[in-house]
Design a protein around this ligand. Structure first.
Ligand code: 1PR
Length: 588
């Protein structure tokens, strides 16, 4: 059977295509404009309408390609359509994200999409801020069909209240007041079905369905096998199913995080070509990836093949996989086809988010001499299966210019252009800082940290420090603090921070809590803790921090096969009563 997918070039369609293929023997056809729609119209039995990123950009694309009319007509004639993420959002009236009245939604639900409130009262009470965008795995609180909640052991289009699904968005159909609640009740009476969930204290629509159309705010193609099941149920028109997966968390009391998201564990692969020219996963100590031990060969450590390792970690329960091309500053990633190939192959069997970093910036194509904007470079990666790009060295240059220009935005940096086109959730900033001691806060214009324990003072008894950022894999040091870099990038539109620490990298001594605390308590975007994880206790320690770290990344401990990803999750669940995603028993 053929499955038709609307292609508005808004992000990673490759993963959706792969997930559809995982469901069965399907052929996928992309529809990019009204002419193609007309050409295939008579054949369309199942139409998928996916979207990521900015609402206005998405709706504009819909209008520019004259697809607005044919899609509405298809729905009205009873066609079977599934919306995903911004695809769901277009069913609403409009969005706070777009102030331009030209770019409105299809208007089936008379509700405006609102931005999540980072000043959520339950966070403010604890002196915290809720991360926006919401990035991570959430469960479904309730599913209402025909005006009634369906039982826990039943699923609706494959969605149930036991599994977790991957959400990534800043805006949602939030039910903020009585008026919104009444409107939804009215819709339920008219025959609409809804799945609801909450982010912090904000209840929102996680999925909806009416007659022949169905849509999810979460990404089924990125929600592991639980998500692929949702796609399969749509493709097979199976509205109800019994849930067979064993709820093996049921005997453990779980404390949900304030946001409601699970503790997210990311496996990271530092990738580079070794001396023989093969692309390998490597791992350094404080960023030195050559084996310089007394018995060492001085060669780049080779820990395995990128796709194999990524697939292994996905099967072990990784909630996300990150690939960092650690030497791409030396060459153009336009020539870096093996990395694109790594992503393409990884995305075939990995149904959780993939991030790629290394060399994302404006660059000159060595073959044509043309300047290729960073947004095009990012697009190449998205089309190969990446969900987010991570920007390291270029972020440092951008932040330096931002401060030089009195925090004015130029509008044309990689951070701004990629986030405007693909949404800020698609832009991760990778920070590579090193501790720098100072005797007094007056000795620097950066914000300093007072070191509490005398045993941790600097070599000359310095009681203060800040974290100085580096670029080019730690080779170049800049007069800029990690906090200052993160604040600048957040203001410019970055959606997440991957906070490494060169002092802790590869040390197995635990995360750099001091640095994480400093940054996380000052930004509103999610922060991923990275560098130093050596055992499950370190993950618990970082998630126990009051500032509310959003995700924790590990590399060496997984590569050395000391722990599997799910070992960490089971530890967090058992020893910390922390909510984690453990769906290795879900079957398609
Ligand atoms: O600057 O945009 O080209 O991006 C280059 C990217 O490559 C940056 O994200 C930078 O962090 C990364 N990178 C560059 N050189 C190295 C290196 O190791 N020589 N890797 C490197 C950084 C840090 C983490 C690591 C954690 C966890 N790797 O990703 O995986 O520290 O390790 P652990 O759990 O074993 O302690 P650009």
């Amino acid at each position: 059977m053929k499955v038709f997918v609307i292609d508005l070039e808004s992000g990673n369609l490759q993963s959706l295509i792969n997930a559809i293929k995982k469901c069965g023997d399907y052929e996928v056809k992309l529809i990019g404009n009204a002419e193609e729609f007309a050409q295939y119209q008579s054949q369309i039995q199942k139409l998928i309408f996916p979207g990521v990123g900015n609402f206005a950009h998405f709706v504009k694309q819909l209008h520019d390609r004259n697809l607005h009319g044919p899609i509405t007509k298809f729905i009205e004639e009873g066609g079977s359509l599934m919306g995903v993420c911004v695809g769901l959002q277009t069913f609403f009236e409009d969005s706070e994200e777009s102030t331009d009245p030209k770019y409105k939604g299809l208007g089936y639900i008379n509700l405006s999409l609102k931005k999540f409130n980072s000043q959520d009262p339950i966070f403010i009470e604890k002196n915290l801020r809720k991360s926006v965008p919401s990035i991570g795995w959430n469960s479904i609180d309730s599913i209402v069909v025909d005006g009634k909640k369906i039982p826990e052991d039943e699923s609706f289009f494959g969605i149930n209240t036991r599994n977790k699904y991957y959400f990534v968005h800043s805006y949602a159909g939030i039910i903020r007041d009585e008026k919104n609640a009444k409107l939804i009740e009215q819709k339920e009476k008219e025959g609409w079905s809804f799945a609801f969930t909450t982010y912090g204290s904000e209840k929102f629509i996680a999925a909806l369905s009416y007659k022949n159309f169905f849509a999810t705010q979460f990404h089924p193609e990125k929600s592991g096998i639980a998500g692929v099941k949702v796609l399969k149920s749509f493709l097979e028109s199976e509205r109800f199913q019994k849930v067979h997966s064993k709820d093996f968390q049921s005997d453990v009391e779980v404390e949900k995080s304030l946001s409601g998201l699970t503790r997210r564990i990311i496996a990271c692969l530092d990738v580079r070509a070794n001396d023989q020219g093969d692309l390998v996963v490597t791992k350094g100590d404080q960023y030195n990836v050559r084996d310089t031990s007394s018995s060492g060969s001085n060669e780049v450590r080779n820990l395995g093949k990128p796709v194999e390792l990524a697939t292994r970690y996905y099967n072990q329960g990784a909630d996300e996989v990150t690939f960092l091309n650690i030497t791409s500053f030396r060459e153009s990633p336009l020539k870096d086809l093996p990395m694109l190939e790594v992503l393409r192959r990884a995305a075939e069997n990995i149904f959780v988010p993939l991030t790629v970093g290394g060399g994302i910036k404006d660059m000159v194509d060595p073959e044509t001499g043309r300047t290729v904007p960073a947004v095009e470079v990012a697009h190449l990666y998205f089309r190969s299966g990446a969900d987010k790009v991570s920007i390291g060295s270029d972020a440092v240059t951008i932040a330096e210019n931002y401060y030089k220009n009195d925090k004015r935005k130029s509008g044309n940096t990689s951070i701004e252009t990629i986030s405007q086109t693909f949404g800020n959730q698609a832009v991760v900033i990778s920070v590579d800082p090193k501790r720098k001691y100072v005797a007094s806060p007056k000795d620097t214009s950066m914000e300093t940290i007072l070191i509490e324990e005398p045993s941790k003072y600097g070599p000359n008894g310095e009681k203060y420090c800040y974290y100085q950022v580096t670029s080019q894999g730690g080779r170049k040091t800049h007069e800029l603090g990690a906090l200052e870099l993160c604040l600048a990038c957040e203001d410019l539109g970055a959606g997440e921070i991957l906070l490494n620490s060169i002092d802790h990298d590869g040390s197995n001594k635990g995360y750099n809590l001091e640095l994480l605390q400093q940054v996380k308590s000052r930004v509103s975007i999610p922060v991923i803790a990275s560098s130093g994880a050596g055992k499950p206790e370190h993950f618990k320690e970082v998630f126990d921090m009051e500032c509310g770290i959003d995700a924790a990344l590990g590399a060496g401990l997984f590569h050395r096969e000391e722990y599997k990803v799910n070992d960490i999750k089971r530890y967090l669940l058992k020893e910390g009563s922390m909510d984690v995603r453990l769906d290795d028993e879900v079957e398609l």
